[in-house]
Design a protein around this ligand. Structure first.
Ligand SMILES: Nc1nc2c(c(=O)[nH]1)N[C@@H](CNc1ccc(C(=O)N[C@@H](CCC(=O)N[C@@H](CCC(=O)N[C@@H](CCC(=O)O)C(=O)O)C(=O)O)C(=O)O)cc1)CN2
Ligand SMILES: [Zn+2]
Length: 783
């Protein structure tokens, strides 16, 4: 190959939720039974075509496969489950349907994602180091696997008929199986990778059909290749050779599209092995490299001579406008690698960024000028592609404008605030330490007077339609500040009364006033700005609006005190103040890239430290600092992990170590495989840690005990991600299991996570069962 097939450049994927969250609304209307499946399909088709046309309008070629076909109704990993018909047996799919290779209905597809009745859905977990969640496939020796779904082909044909030749994007077979878990009941030595040949055969069938439909390219995403995971590199390498050897072998079918393997989220050349050399040695026609997170390969690779390299020089994961002159220099160095052709691309799919900065009419123009959301990034790609082909002179004005924008951002007022920097510089090790735990525990026991197995919740109570409507009306100016505050106080009073009635021990105010646990704080801290329309998909139809952390962070005024204080005034029981921790605030924001994350985290931590002090001043004796994203930011490469764990733990301690000995500090972690961070959990030095545990049947508790953890622990006793109400027996069994795995005096009883996405219909009985189950286990322990 000597010609660049994508002279306009390309992007690895594009947001699919819609500029105004059209897909979210269509999905939720369908799930609620308000619309038909035909209406949902029609909305999705309109969205796909509008997206393809927009990408062409922004500069991508319409005829070559430069436009990615990256739509999904729910999740791209679930899409491969559907492609393979790999439905776990508990969903009771008809074997005849599978044998005929018939497509899952959309209803069946959504049942896998959301469960139904007593059927729990597939587990959900974090997609690499992002705030996107995918559904975890369950693959056993007997799980059906065959080509079952031609949706990808239909979507290609639909765009083709509208005049746009797209490049279908799918998760690749190796990553799919590495992200799968072994189905329940599989032998201990079974690995999902054992099913690679059948999975690859199904992809082969898909490729043949895409070729027949006229697709010149297909993109297979293999981000697992940029991580140091639990499967040894040698096994991964064998899988890659086998999968891509088979898929590109001349013998397959009547033809196939050219294959582009994309490796977003990091570099392919790891300490355990070189996955770039590995891919270069296969028959794939192209490799897409993440040159934002990953380094440029140090030496030319002869095997690339016949291949396309898509150089991912535009950051798909953050929102800063690029210095295009500097990016063009990087592209010129990519050209020296000896590849057959170099096309300009993004480092990752644009799934992680909002649609369009131009929608943000309320942003300070100085800041807006430094931002690039998805649409701006497509334009950046197109400019670089013209620069690469035609030389710098061809795009001189664009280069100059980008350089000026980056310089202006760096120099803007508020980016470096001397008072914030001086405070940071004056910190010492003593600022990270509290009194020894034994001393704290004794004083806190005295102060709080809690029973054994204290019960509590993780913070939020249901965000009802009324709460959201009130906030929306307030934002539109239709509800005054005073009326909005009164409505939220009424909600707090209701939540406190409910907890009293249920008999919980440590109460919360319920967080009704928070639109989101990160955005709420960002809106109250200097150095951040929130967006109006900057929605990003988190999972399924759920979205977040990550704030932009652009400057030095400080706290102009207390952020949460009035709410906690009000809740405490309504009850004699302890009320837990509720803050989001520094690592999570960073992880769920778009963060400045001009200083180490550790420094940014420390600034956020200092603001939280002041908030903790103000809560204490107001008489609050228990403060929870949530760090659900602690595991999420864990670097994908082993070598980078110790430094991360060091700064992240320090930032949490900086936020909390100012607390008095008598103040009980809690933290909360969820969405985690905790094995890799057990040491860090201990290092946080919180008095109590609540942690997701129900789906894994408390297995984290013995792990903590084994690691010598000897402070309070609240393993979640029921999964809040499903509407299912757990029975008293079920909860009692889990509480007893936890109390048997660690000193029962350390055990707290709570749900797995906050209740904001649930309804009261489920929440009230579930918590009633939790309290009753705890009462039973207390009796057993006493007797
Ligand atoms: N940032 C973040 N990341 C996280 C989590 C989290 O809580 N926050 N939790 C984990 C799981 N992820 C989640 C992500 C989103 C939601 C979620 O519930 N999102 C809501 C939006 C939450 C929000 O921002 N709400 C705002 C805006 C709500 C809204 O859409 N309002 C309507 C108007 C409503 C009306 O008029 O009635 C509109 O703007 O159109 C508010 O309450 O103020 C949704 O998609 O529906 C839950 C979990 C991990 N990552
Ligand atoms: Zn949580």
């Amino acid at each position: 190959m000597t010609n660049n097939p994508f002279p306009s450049g390309t992007v690895l994927g594009y947001p699919r939720i819609g500029r105004r969250r059209e897909l979210k609304r269509a999905l939720e209307a369908f799930w609620a039974g308000r619309t038909t499946v035909e209406e949902l399909e029609a909305t999705a088709r309109d969205l796909r075509l509008a997206t393809a046309r927009r990408l062409v309008e922004l500069g991508l070629d319409a005829g070559s496969g430069a436009v990615p076909g990256s739509f999904s109704f729910y999740d791209q990993v679930l899409d491969v489950v559907a492609l393979l018909g790999a439905v776990p047996s508990r969903f009771g799919r008809d074997a005849g349907d599978h044998a005929r290779g018939s497509r899952l209905t959309l209803e069946e597809y959504f049942t896998l994602a959301r469960g139904s009745g007593e059927d729990s859905p597939l587990e959900m977990t974090k997609w690499f180091d992002t705030n996107y969640h995918y559904l975890v496939p369950e693959i056993g020796p007997g799980t059906p696997v065959r080509f079952s779904d031609d949706r990808v082909v239909q979507e290609f044909a639909e765009a083709r008929d509208a005049g746009i030749v797209t490049r279908p994007v799918l998760v690749g077979p190796v990553t799919f199986l590495l992200l799968s878990k072994a189905a329940d009941g599989a032998a201990p030595d079974f690995s999902p990778l054992d099913r690679l040949p059948e999975v690859v055969a199904a992809y082969g069938e898909l490729l043949a059909r895409l070729a027949a439909a006229g697709a010149p390219w297909v993109q297979l995403d293999e981000p697992a290749l940029v991580t140091d995971g639990h499967v040894p590199f040698g096994e991964v390498a064998d899988a890659v050779r086998s999968a891509y050897g088979t898929l590109t072998a001349p013998a397959v079918g009547s033809g196939r599209p050219a294959v582009l393997v994309a490796a977003p989220y990091g570099g392919l050349q790891g300490e355990r092995g070189d996955a770039l050399a590995l891919l270069a040695g296969t028959g794939v026609e192209g490799v897409a490299l993440d040159l934002v997170r990953g380094a440029l390969p140090a030496a030319p690779l002869p095997d690339l001579a016949s291949k396309l390299v898509v150089a991912g020089v535009i950051d798909g994961h953050n929102v800063w406008r690029a210095d295009l002159a500097e990016r063009l220099s990087l592209l010129e160095r990519v050209s020296e690698l000896g590849a057959g052709a170099v096309a300009v691309g993004t480092s990752t799919s644009l799934l992680h960024v909002p649609h369009d900065v131009d929608d943000e009419t309320r942003l300070d123009p100085a800041l807006a000028g430094g931002l690039a959301f998805a649409d701006q990034k497509v334009r950046e790609v197109a400019v670089l592609a013209r620069g690469l082909a035609g030389g710098r002179a061809a795009v001189a004005d664009d280069l100059a404008a980008s350089v000026a924008a980056v310089a202006a951002r760096r120099a803007a007022a508020g980016v470096a605030v001397p008072a914030v920097r001086e405070r940071l510089a004056a910190l010492t090790g003593a600022d990270l330490d509290r009194a020894p735990y034994a001393e704290r525990a004794a004083v806190q026991r005295e102060r709080l007077g809690l029973p054994v197995l204290p019960t509590t919740t993780i913070g939020s109570f249901p965000q009802t339609a009324e709460i959201r409507a009130a906030r929306a009306a307030h934002a539109r100016g239709e509800l005054s500040d005073a009326d909005y505050a009164a409505a939220m106080r009424a909600e707090v009073a209701h939540v406190v009364a409910l907890q009293e009635e249920l008999g919980l021990d440590v109460l919360v105010h319920g967080e009704p006033e928070r639109n989101d646990m990160v955005q709420y704080f960002a809106e109250r801290l200097d150095g951040f700005v929130a967006t109006q329309h900057g929605w990003v998909q988190s999972y399924g139809s759920r979205c977040v609006r990550p704030p932009v952390l652009w400057g030095d962070v400080s706290r102009p005024a207390p952020m949460t005190v009035e709410w906690s204080e009000y809740a405490a005034s309504l009850t004699a029981k302890p009320v837990k103040g509720m803050l989001t921790g520094p690592v999570t605030i960073l992880a769920w924001s778009f963060v400045r890239d001009d200083q180490p994350l550790a420094d940014t985290a420390a600034q956020v931590a200092l603001a939280l430290r002041d908030e903790v002090a103000d809560l204490e001043q107001a008489g609050i004796g228990v403060v929870q600092v949530d760090e659900p994203a602690l595991r999420e930011l864990l670097p994908l490469r082993e070598a980078d992990r110790p430094a991360y764990l060091d700064w992240s733990v320090r930032s949490f301690r900086l936020a909390t170590a100012g607390a008095a000995t008598a103040t009980q500090v809690h933290t909360h972690l969820c969405y985690s495989e905790f094995g890799d961070v057990i040491g860090a959990i201990d290092g946080l030095d919180a008095d109590v840690t609540s942690i997701e545990a129900a789906r894994s049947r408390m297995e984290v508790v013995p792990e903590l005990a084994k690691a010598g953890y000897d402070r309070g622990v609240g393993p979640g006793v029921y999964d809040i991600h499903s509407p299912r109400v757990p029975s008293v027996d079920e909860v009692a069994e889990l509480v007893a299991l936890a109390a048997g795995a660690i000193d029962p005096r350390l055990v707290w009883v709570n749900p797995d996570c906050g209740l904001k996405t649930r309804r009261y219909e489920e929440t009230t009985p579930a918590l009633r069962h939790l309290v009753e189950a705890t009462r039973r286990v207390r009796e057993q322990l006493a007797g």
